[in-house]
Design a protein around this ligand. Structure first.
Ligand SMILES: C[S@@+](CC[C@H](N)C(=O)[O-])C[C@H]1O[C@@H](n2cnc3c(N)ncnc32)[C@H](O)[C@@H]1O
Length: 211
């Protein structure tokens, strides 16, 4: 992955995120197990810029955690944009709602508690932007389901697609690494999309559904 000194350099030369995200970052590290699940400022800034460039009106996030990325996207969208975010862990509900209120984006965001594979088929909308950041074992199942929910020209951003570099090491064959490899292969073979893997953080793939 990118050497630490270069990551620091990138951080020092990228625009800061909204102060409310700094506060949620701190609180998540103080109060939650596995705070590393949170996207972090570089990815939040990338989501912010993609929203400002792509102007999505409908956004879906799979895997909310403490709503850090949810809020980064909600703050960067226009007033009439709407975001649905799905989280399986009901114990996170109070924190998520508290953070959405803190960021004053509750009017834009609808939280659905449940398993994404069950919730997504119940949503009768196509999305201009989808951010997938949930359980890696289900990535292959998410691929087709989510690409089918993309509007033409819509973007599917998926986190952790390099999985600490393990996807490129043939000697590593655990089930999560294989699931992510399968997701990346599906995207690469799909003629209905064009895609690039960005080596930011743990690897973020940007998949665009062709018009
Ligand atoms: C990496 S964290 C999400 C981080 C968040 N998107 C951010 O950028 O700060 C993954 C989240 O997905 C949730 N999750 C795991 N499996 C899920 C599933 N099957 N359906 C919905 N959410 C799931 C986990 O509970 C966890 O909160």
């Amino acid at each position: 992955m990118i050497p630490l000194a270069i990551q620091e350099y990138i951080g020092q030369h990228s625009s800061p995120v909204h102060p409310v995200l700094d506060e949620i970052y701190r609180q998540t590290h103080l109060r939650h197990l596995y705070p590393r699940m949170l996207s972090g400022p570089l990815q939040a800034k990338l989501l912010d810029l993609i929203c400002k460039m792509h102007h999505p009106k409908t956004i879906l996030e799979v895997g909310t955690f403490t709503a850090y990325a949810t809020i980064a996207m909600a703050l960067a969208t226009e007033a009439d944009a709407r975001l649905i975010t799905i989280e399986a862990n009901e114990e996170l509900e109070d924190t998520i709602l508290e953070n959405l209120q803190k960021a004053e984006v509750t009017h834009k965001v609808s939280l659905k508690i449940g398993q994404a594979l069950e919730v997504v088929p119940t949503i009768n909308t196509t999305f201009d932007l989808i951010f997938l950041d949930a359980d890696k074992l289900n990535y292959p199942a998410y691929y087709e389901m989510l690409v089918n929910k993309l509007a033409l020209g819509g973007i599917l951003l998926t986190d952790n697609v390099l999985w600490d570099g393990k996807v490129a090491d043939p000697s590593i064959t655990d089930v999560e690494t294989n699931a992510i490899r399968s997701f990346n292969r599906q995207a690469a073979a799909d003629q209905s999309v064009e895609q690039i893997i960005l080596p930011i953080r743990d690897g973020l793939s940007l998949i665009r559904k062709k018009n």
